[in-house]
Ligand binder design. Structure first.
Ligand SMILES: O=C(O)CCC(=O)C(=O)O
Ligand SMILES: [Fe+2]
Length: 267
């Protein structure tokens, strides 16, 4: 039998009304691939953020590394990483990004709310991670009408020193969908982690890989709805399909689980 047709019963999504402790622990343990909470935020609150962004310019990620381009509001640590270290440029960029957030004059902090919702049943809650004593960015908003290439996110491999001061026993990507397109925009996750052989599928300098890297791997495809919160294991290869018809804006951050049970966010 072609291995592409075999199903791993642990490679599945769990849908729940909130982020339950058992589902987060199960996700970290590899007992499921993603946890979806369809109504994490109300459509009204999502619309409030989207409205505030109406006339706001997004930056784009480094065009050298990220093709096709991905638009971003806020600062991501990946754009300030050289040879596995955070460059000093990150900190003033982060201060400027915090200023831009204040400029939106939102009646609530959507990142803090998301952390609160994820940490509601987690013993220590969710805090923003710190790097060498300095608090990292809490997350970004991303808009990628042309999608994200197949890639994985793993701070253990991306950073030479521990990003959050200690090893991360699990790493998750969080997204809250504030606005969704009419066509496309699916999040796709493959049951595959990086292998050294995969480098032949990565164009030089690129963060992402060609689709061949996930050929034959089992796949999950999700179509997010407005207000949905999604958590998945970011070390699995994943991608976002191109979209059209309306903006696809997701609030996103990474989460790392330490051996002490701390769930720490960074953008
Ligand atoms: O926008 C998404 O659905 C996923 C984006 C992504 O690559 C991530 O959150 O790591
Ligand atoms: Fe990602």
């Amino acid at each position: 039998m072609d291995s592409a047709h075999l199903h791993d019963p642990f490679f599945r999504t769990v849908t729940a009304e909130e982020f339950r402790h058992a589902d987060l622990a199960g996700l970290a343990a590899g007992r499921c691939a993603a946890v979806r909470v369809p109504h994490l935020q109300s459509a009204d609150d999502c619309a409030r953020v989207v409205d505030a962004l109406q006339d706001v310019a997004f930056d784009s990620y480094s065009e050298r590394r990220v093709q096709p381009s991905v638009m971003r509001f806020g600062v991501g640590v990946s754009d300030h990483r050289v040879n596995g270290r955070i460059t000093e440029s990150y900190w003033p960029a982060l201060r400027a990004a915090r200023e831009s957030w204040r400029f939106l004059r939102l009646p609530f902090d959507p990142m803090a709310r998301a952390r609160q919702a994820i940490g509601e049943h987690w013993p220590k809650g969710v805090a923003v991670g710190r790097h060498r004593g300095r608090t990292l960015g809490a997350g970004v908003l991303r808009e990628a009408p042309q999608g994200f290439r197949v890639h994985y996110d793993d701070a253990e491999r991306e950073f030479e020193e521990f990003l959050l001061g200690s090893p991360l026993v699990a790493q998750l990507a969080f997204n809250l969908y504030l606005s969704v397109p009419t066509t496309g925009g699916e999040t796709v996750i493959w049951r595959k982690r990086w292998h050294p052989e995969d480098e032949k599928f990565r164009p030089p300098q690129s963060y992402g890989y060609t689709d061949d890297v996930v050929r034959r791997a089992e796949r999950l495809e999700m179509r997010p709805t407005v207000g949905e919160g999604l958590l998945f294991d970011s070390r699995n290869y994943h991608a976002v399909r191109a979209s059209s018809g309306a903006r696809r804006i997701a609030l996103g951050f990474s989460l790392g689980l330490t051996a002490d049970g701390d769930l720490l966010a960074w953008g």
